[in-house]
Write a new protein. Sequence first.
Length: 104
Amino acid sequence: MTLRNFKLVAILEATSFLLLLAASYFKRASDQPLGVEILGPIHGLLFIAYLAMVMALREHAGWTGRQTAWIVIGAVLPFGGYVVDRWVDSNNAELLRAEAGGRG
């Protein structure tokens, strides 16, 4: 498991959250539940993957308890995954470079 994979999951989780919010609006406004029925489980799986990856990577990435808490909070805020993605870029650049160098 790598930070690069986590960054991808963070972006996917944030995007699925925003799409689910839009689908929820349409469900209420025009009685169209299909979007929520499809996006709900997808977002749920991405959310669980995000949290599992945070817990698995926190020691490897050297995140403090406070940083880890903010990263977890990023999963429950709209656009939070995008902010976390940028934060990981700026605060774990050396580790990301090492991961990129490890690919053949």
